[in-house]
Design a protein around this ligand. Sequence first.
Ligand SMILES: Nc1ncnc2c1ncn2[C@@H]1O[C@H](COP(=O)(O)OP(=O)(O)OP(=O)(O)O)[C@@H](O)[C@H]1O
Length: 221
Amino acid sequence: MLQIDNVTKTYSHSQGPVRAVGDVSLTVNAGAFVAVQGPSGCGKSTLLLMAGGLLRPDGGAVNVDSTDPYGLKPDVRAEFRARRIGFVFQQFHLVPYLTIRENILAPGMAIATPDAETRSRADELIERFGLADRQHHVPGKLSSGERQRTALARALLNRPSLLLADEPTGNLDHDNADIVLNDLKDFAKEGGAVLLVTHDDRAVSYADSVVRMQAGKIIRD
Ligand SMILES: Nc1ncnc2c1ncn2[C@@H]1O[C@H](COP(=O)(O)OP(=O)(O)OP(=O)(O)O)[C@@H](O)[C@H]1O
């Protein structure tokens, strides 16, 4: 489902280059929930962005559903991402002037005007995540838990095969964190692939397997 082979990334910086990820390989199969755990600055977000077709590695290869997203033209890559990959971030990244329902429908808009099936999928997710009463509100009016459930619903709209989650519980209390982590787990149980990057021990306990990262490298136990 997700295969990362020997990827590297170095950022250029006025103070000199910053090697964020060096020679990392990782596989996440369908039905697997894999966590990458490591301290702040070890390269987790960089790895996740490369896995999601959002940041081209300097070297190595990324394959999602046997497709190299970086081999696609930018517009085709954007559509590929919208169809196959769901993203959940710590800061939610909702569009502040769109309602909750419109935010959830946003990945549908990236492909075409949402048809009846997509709209009904959005309604199903709105029910499932307990957002029915808030669907016509903008994100600024919602709690952090509701915002992250909105982000998760948005990530699931197009029935992706891969979910990428970057510290998704960082802004949530325990109860809301449990809800989100159980939803990631359910997604894997239903046959999806989940890659979670986090420093949080509790979040990691929901994953089937954990790899540790330090200073841009995977540490093998
Ligand atoms: N755009 C950038 N330009 C320069 N350096 C960057 C950039 N983005 C990240 N870095 C550096 O690359 C390294 C890895 O950053 P990254 O955000 O991937 O780590 P992280 O493990 O996700 O950290 P955190 O948990 O704090 O988000 C850090 O040293 C960071 O300062």
